[in-house]
Design a protein around this ligand. Sequence first.
Ligand code: RNT
Ligand code: ZN
Length: 417
Amino acid sequence: MNEQQIRQAYEIAKERYAALGVDTEKVLKLMQDFHLSMHCWQADDVAGFENQGGSLTGGIQVNGNYPGKARNMEELRADILYAMSLIPGKHRLNLHEIYGDFGGKFVDRDEVEPTHFASWIEWANANGIKLDFNSTSFSHPKSGDLSLANPDKSIRDFWIEHSKRCRAISQAIGEAQGDPCIMNTWVHDGSKDITVNRYLYRELLKDSLDQIFEHKYDMMRDCVESKVFGIGLESYTVGSNDFYTAYAAKNDMMITLDTGHFHPTESVADKVSSMLLFVPELMLHVSRPVRWDSDHVTIMDDPTLDLFSEIVRAGALNRVHYGLDYFDGTLNRIGAYVIGSRAAQKCMLRALLEPTDMIRDLELKDKRFERLALLEEAKVLPWNAVYDEFCLRNNVPVGESYIAEVQKYEADVTSKR
Ligand code: RNT
Ligand code: ZN
């Protein structure tokens, strides 16, 4: 499609939507303010820069050895910038503690400091990118099955110290970027087999979290992420959904909803309105679970469409932070970023383009057939013409033309690694 065709298709779409009371120009403006928090860990299969030589632990797993993964900080930064250049709009980057700039030295998790992220702050500032953050409980000799919930006080204290330091780093990042840095706390703690200490571990986790979150900061914000189970930790997860929902509600904290962390038939979309009545904000980890928490690349699928629709329908666009969380090593990793990010945007765009006012009105009048009919018709309205226009206005490749750009970077850069 050439530029003229894209514009023409958009003009037709604009009229089509206007007839249903939807202003596409307003929606395009909202899309411009829709910032994803892209996860840094798709670029290198969650390896990070500690160079401990250990493997990925903590109940999470990456499959695949597609060639060309980022081997160091320079490559990782270059790959992420390249991926971002193929995604319309401006996006944040979500770092894990293990991606610190440790200068080749071993810095243990209870020693990490804001200085280890100074070069990230500088890089992000130079590229107009805001950063978010995560403490890292996995891939460490002290990870084991239990970290913050470990009955051994010395191990618990080690992870409490780590988490506190990560919050201080997040605060430093937030101050430097003039925008709060959101820090996610997810720990893998759980048990492979039946445990008779469910209460004890949760009691310990609660106590650890209370210590970690005791200090109040103004330029960082905390969120807590639950999970159903991890690999090798199938029977019990200390930080379950009930645990963190209660914890966040009681402490007025943000909850992270990872779309892979629930039972396969459970609707994450349905949680939005319930949770937002009791917690201030939500963080999302948009992923794609295939039969389990497999972290496949995000696509424009029904669960993600439903989730974003629920956010828009709840009028909660600005009470949600939109992180991505998947890691697949079986395909071009930069392409994976582009597919997943653009898919998330398409879900949001479709949610914003829904003629909700009209459908709500029908619902109020109990016009059930008309409501369902319009919901069905909304699915096939020309939203893709609006997305193409969005890409065009942002000077990024339209439609499938980004594939060639990814291939070019592969030929020129990643295939030479
Ligand atoms: C694991 C959680 C967690 C991690 C990242 C790397 O199941 O989803 O968010 O994926 O922190
Ligand atoms: Zn997650």
